[in-house]
Design a binder for this molecule. Structure first.
Ligand code: ADP
Ligand code: ADP
Ligand code: ZN
Length: 308
């Protein structure tokens, strides 16, 4: 059974930049972005029983009870578009949620492949949340100073009106960050112990964080013909091998899929010093530049995450 095998988690406090990075990561992995906060807000908007039950908790900045959130997320993962996997954002938030996810993925023949933890200092989180504006239609996020929309108050992607979330008020923000640190920090240890945790410095520009996330999901490799470094994403088959990497992965520019691990590997510093132009364009592309998203590699003709 191959369902759900490419589940990647995005962990980080409120304001760490999960939503901002998620679109890019889900595009390059070719799996849907599943955000528990967005799902909860959707349930509230539709006035479902779950939405009504979650409302009071959310407005206080407290966590919604585990059993409600677990059922909601698993229902989402069981939809056909998530068969190959998903990028989970905002879930799990607690140890019981993590254990439930593990058990329920195992039942479906899948597992958590990688956990990306965006580390950002607390004062920066507060500043980011207090200046955050969101599109009520497509959930794109903006920041007054750090990522202003082209036209004030209007979404770049879908032209809908931007608004501030009620729980982004300064007094509630501090509580949300505290609740996160208390309840979610144990998850970091949990995933570190399983050897799937990647700590990424989230206190950097959006494009540099993107590159660091790619490096965590694969790495940096040297070009074969030109003296240029590429960012690559590990091929799922490389993950499954018993210590043996049959496939290295594919680069963001879509050019290389290697059968062996003989390629010269580098660091992010090397990537920034001499990067492949197309890989660079991929991490710099604003969410509007969908054309800049990497294409499937021609050497194998299959995208990362497609069934083997
Ligand atoms: P999360 O989903 O983790 O709560 P968001 O992605 O919504 O966080 O980001 C919170 C706010 O910070 C948004 O206003 C966003 O535009 C801004 N932001 C995100 N990443 C960065 C970054 N690397 N540098 C500066 N501001 C950022
Ligand atoms: P942020 O963007 O600040 O990370 P989210 O949009 O992910 O916040 O979540 C908003 C609210 O939804 C949270 O404050 C919490 O009440 C609820 N929520 C989201 N995900 C979970 C979860 N996994 N478990 C419990 N509550 C959740
Ligand atoms: Zn929009």
């Amino acid at each position: 059974m191959e369902r759900h095998r490419e589940v990647v988690l995005l962990l980080g406090a409120p304001g760490a930049g999960k939503g901002t990075q998620a679109r890019f990561i889900s595009d390059v992995l070719g799996v849907p972005h599943v955000a528990s906060g967005d799902l909860l807000r959707e349930h509230r908007r539709l006035g479902t029983e779950l939405g009504r039950a979650a409302q009071a908790y959310m407005d206080r900045g407290d966590l919604v009870p585990d059993e409600l959130v677990i059922a909601m997320v698993m229902e989402r993962l069981d939809r056909p578009d998530a068969e190959r996997g998903a990028l989970l954002d905002g879930f799990p938030r607690t140890r019981p949620q993590a254990e439930a996810l593990r058990a329920q993925l195992a039942e479906r023949g899948g597992a958590v492949q990688a956990v990306l933890y965006l580390a950002v200092p607390e004062p920066v989180l507060i500043e980011r949340l207090a200046g955050r504006w969101m599109c009520g239609h497509c959930q794109a996020t903006y920041h007054e100073q750090f990522k202003p929309p082209r036209q004030p108050g209007v979404c770049d992607l879908c032209q809908a009106a931007l608004s501030q979330r009620p729980d982004d008020r300064r007094e509630v923000v501090a509580n949300r960050v505290e609740v996160y640190l208390r309840d979610t920090q144990p998850l970091i240890d949990y995933y570190a112990a399983q050897g799937v945790l990647h700590r990424v410095d989230g206190h950097d520009t959006i494009e540099r964080v993107r590159a660091a996330l790619c490096a965590a999901l694969g790495g940096v490799v040297h070009g074969l013909r030109r003296d240029r470094w590429h960012l690559y994403l590990r091929h799922p088959r490389a993950v499954r091998g018993n210590g043996h990497e049959a496939w290295l992965g594919r680069t963001l520019c879509g050019k290389y899929v290697d059968r062996d691990g003989n390629r010269v590997r580098g660091t992010l510093t090397e990537f920034w010093a001499a990067s492949c132009r197309d890989c660079l364009r991929a991490v710099q592309g604003s969410p509007v530049d969908r054309e800049a998203a990497p294409k499937a590699p021609h050497s194998s003709g299959e995208a990362l995450g497609s069934s083997a």
